[in-house]
Design a protein around this ligand. Structure first.
Ligand code: HEM
Length: 604
């Protein structure tokens, strides 16, 4: 992992601007105006050479949040016709450095491509959003644009908004490791508020509070604690083996995705709450499936709604929870059921503790049992507040990754057989971490198909973004850092980062687990991420809490299934799997249905 770059000795080159920029000094940012080549002046007319500009890392977060709220309040006041006018005006403002950054053409302000009779439709999202958010398959446009425009490029969001797509590792490191400078963007933040509530670890804005709650939650996700769940995962994997062994031989292919989702939900229910799927109740399980589906059921119209909603004041946004309609009913019910479940589990655990029973077998038990010592820094409210996020975050992400692994194993029979031989060569006491090919398959799957291939961040203040690889702007300037303004939306592009050559070898778009074993992946000085330099689980303060659990699940379940079944692809185009991106990367069939069809035969 990279350390935060030190700008005190080598100041990033700041490009000439035609408008005000911000002086970034660690104590206090202030507005600067250009005063000739390489020189700036502040409001008091003092001249400052460009090399004295420094990156800010230490601004009062509460102050920044207050500024964002004020921004929300202002945009609320101009909501309605005024909002659209304001969005239009913004598109025609004077040129900023961000506007000078190369990127794909989006020639129509509203529709993103040159309007033609066939193209104009109210359901066509403007800018490049349709291409990025609804590609024919995962990365169709993004990977191409990364090749063409580099590791940081500009694209058009709705209503002419300039957004930055970032897969430059130095810039990503800076964005993800400076929570006082960047936070979740408004769309992801609001979606998390609606689905998971304001106590969820994802929606806590204040970095200090977030750090405190995270440190408590980490207690249940250390390497040692997670290793202890291995027998449980094996047991649940064997339940799935039994189920699949009942499938009649003449059945042909089955969709493996729903069963994999059931097993991952079952694991998180046991690990986090000490409950079986049956204990959760049919209503909650069904609702959880529907909530997860909602996250991947975006339509082009949602993009337009999101684009307008991002400019509404926060209370308006939160009030969307009470809108009529099936989707919001599912969200409300999910929140209510998760809260109820969380409180039930906590009160049971507290009762058990009073009776002197050991409750340390699951996450909530560990937190409640250890309240007097380790976890007294989190309130019960804060613990219960994690129920929804754990049930949602822990389900489909891991299930989809395993579905992709199985599809690739079915495609490559030699790889599948080699993996089976590796599994058979283990003693009863399997050491999953030592199985080279198994781990290569896990890593290659997570590299190719990161569930959250793009995640949104917003700049909380004017700042400077350092780049590892310099870019050449439209006007021909070479930049190794770019000034960005408060409110700038940036997309953390894990998908693109994980398809860069030579970072991952010369063939980054090919599923080839051997790259992890034959030296094709060179040592990385600038790699980021908590697992094998991959960004799949992100990096920084919002790093996936369950990453160790997800990897153990993949290791144990894949090894168990491959040891008991042989997988092959069904015949016929219509049954092939396409990696699809719609908020998350999921496997879908050509008919658009989520899933992966595979032929499964038990090994006798
Ligand atoms: C392959 C499986 C998984 C992938 C690819 C994945 C990926 C991610 C990513 C990218 C984030 C950060 C999102 C952002 O801030 O924009 C995240 C956060 C999170 N994940 Fe996972 N995840 C996986 C499995 C799990 C599991 C099994 C759990 C269950 C415990 C889990 C729990 C969480 C939680 C609680 C957060 C929020 C952390 C925070 O905001 O501080 N994830 N995950």
């Amino acid at each position: 992992m990279l350390e935060n770059p030190d700008y005190s000795s080598t100041a990033p080159a700041v490009p000439p601007l035609t408008r005000s920029v911000v002086c970034l000094n660690p104590e206090r940012p202030r507005k600067l105006y250009r005063a000739g080549k390489g020189r700036y002046r502040d409001q008091k007319n003092a001249t400052i050479p460009a090399q004295n500009l420094k990156a800010a890392t230490d601004v009062e977060h509460s102050e920044l949040l207050a500024r964002i709220q004020v921004g929300g309040g202002l945009s609320g006041a101009i909501f309605g016709a005024g909002l659209v006018a304001c969005l239009a005006l913004r598109a025609f403002r004077r040129k900023t450095v961000v506007q000078d950054i190369n990127g794909p053409p989006a020639e129509s302000w509203l529709y993103g491509a040159r309007p033609s009779k066939n193209h104009i439709s109210l359901s066509t999202p403007p800018g490049n959003m349709l291409q990025l958010m609804f590609p024919p398959s995962f990365g169709s446009y993004d990977f191409l644009w990364q090749e063409r425009y580099g590791l940081l490029y500009r694209f058009k969001g709705c209503f002419g908004e300039n957004r930055l797509m970032v897969s430059d590792s130095t810039a990503l490191q800076h964005i993800l490791h400076n929570p006082t400078l960047f936070m979740h963007g408004p769309i992801i933040d609001n979606a998390a508020h609606l689905l998971e509530g304001s106590k969820s670890i994802v929606t806590i804005h204040d970095p200090i509070q977030h750090k405190r709650v995270r440190s408590v939650l980490n207690i249940g996700f250390t390497a040692g604690v997670i290793r202890g769940y291995e027998p449980l995962i094996r047991e649940l994997a064997m339940d799935l083996v039994e189920k699949w062994q009942q499938i009649p031989a003449q059945r042909g292919s089955i969709n493996v995705s729903p069963d994999l989702s059931v097993i991952t939900l079952g694991i998180i229910a046991r690990v986090a709450l000490g409950r079986t799927l049956k204990d959760l109740g049919e209503e909650l399980v069904q609702n959880n499936f529907e909530s997860v589906e909602l996250a991947t059921a975006q339509t082009p119209t949602h993009l337009l709604i999101d684009a307008v909603a991002a400019h509404l004041p926060v209370p308006f946004l939160r009030a969307t929870l009470y809108l009529p309609g099936q989707a919001m009913a599912t969200v409300r019910k999910g929140r209510m059921l998760a809260d109820q479940l969380g409180w039930d589990v906590i009160s049971e655990k507290m009762e058990a503790v009073k009776r002197g029973l050991d409750v340390s077998g699951d996450f909530f038990g560990q937190l409640v049992g250890g309240r007097d010592s380790v976890s007294k820094t989190a309130s019960l409210d804060e613990i219960v507040g994690q129920t929804a996020v754990l049930l949602i975050a822990g389900q489909d992400t891991t299930a989809s990754a395993m579905a992709f692994s199985l599809v690739h194993l079915a495609k490559d029979q030699n790889l599948q057989e080699s993996l089976r031989q590796e599994i058979y060569s283990q003693s009863d006491d399997i050491k999953y971490d030592n199985m080279l090919l198994l781990n290569a398959v896990v890593k290659e799957t997570l590299r190719m198909y990161p569930a959250e291939a793009m995640t949104e961040r917003i700049a909380l203040q004017d700042t400077v973004l350092p780049l590892g690889a310099s870019i050449t702007t439209i006007s021909g300037q070479s930049l190794n850092a770019i000034p960005i303004e408060k409110g700038q939306i940036l997309i953390v592009n894990s998908g693109g980062y994980q398809r860069q050559s030579p970072r991952w070898g010369p063939d980054p778009h090919v599923f080839r687990p051997a790259r992890w074993l034959d030296g094709s992946v060179p040592a990385m000085k600038d790699g980021i991420g908590v697992y094998s330099n991959l960004l799949t689980f992100l990096s920084g303060n919002h790093t996936c809490l369950g990453w160790r659990l997800a990897i153990l699940e993949m290791q144990v379940i894949l090894a168990t299934l491959v040891s008991k079944f042989s997988f092959s692809l069904p015949e016929g185009e219509e049954e092939q799997v396409i990696p699809h991106f719609q908020s998350t990367v999921i496997p879908v069939l050509p008919n658009g249905k989520k899933g992966a069809l595979l032929c499964i035969s038990p090994i006798s």
